[in-house]
Design a protein around this ligand. Structure first.
Ligand code: 5GP
Ligand code: ZN
Length: 113
């Protein structure tokens, strides 16, 4: 279920433009508006849940699906040499968008980034 007030739900619905690099019935991957690396993508499930800590057993399938798809999507988008996945969970991590998302960072040596 999508949330009309959520920026990532609105991107999924096509109400807010985004540079989408991959989409299917379960997930959407688009370029981060403020990239922190040469390649910075956000992978989001096409169902709204706010936090990793809110994911239940019923969400295990979509998380597994996303992690299975990401290597191919990353490789097809300039991360052939490797990449880093990040999920910011909650305030201490600086989470700003409360629709679960996986950052895909790469396209360059990342060092301590
Ligand atoms: P968080 O800190 O919540 O893990 O990351 C949210 C990310 O979403 C940030 O890197 C931010 O640049 C990105 N972001 C926020 N609003 C938009 C938007 O409207 N479009 C896109 N493409 N990225 C966004
Ligand atoms: Zn949402």
């Amino acid at each position: 279920m999508l949330d009309g007030n959520c920026v990532f739900c609105r991107i999924i619905k096509g109400e807010i433009p985004a540079a989408v690099v991959y989409e299917d019935d379960k997930m959407c991957v688009f370029k981060d508006l403020e990239p922190k690396a040469k390649v910075h993508l956000l992978a989001v499930p096409k169902s709204h849940f706010k936090l990793l800590s809110e994911a239940g057993e019923e969400d295990a399938e979509i998380l597994k699906y996303m992690l299975t798809k990401i290597p191919g999507i990353a490789a097809a988008n300039g991360c052939e040499n490797g990449y880093r996945l990040i999920i910011n969970q909650g305030d201490d991590a600086g989470q700003t968008v409360f629709h679960l998302h996986i950052h895909i960072l790469g396209g360059q040596p990342l060092g301590d980034l």
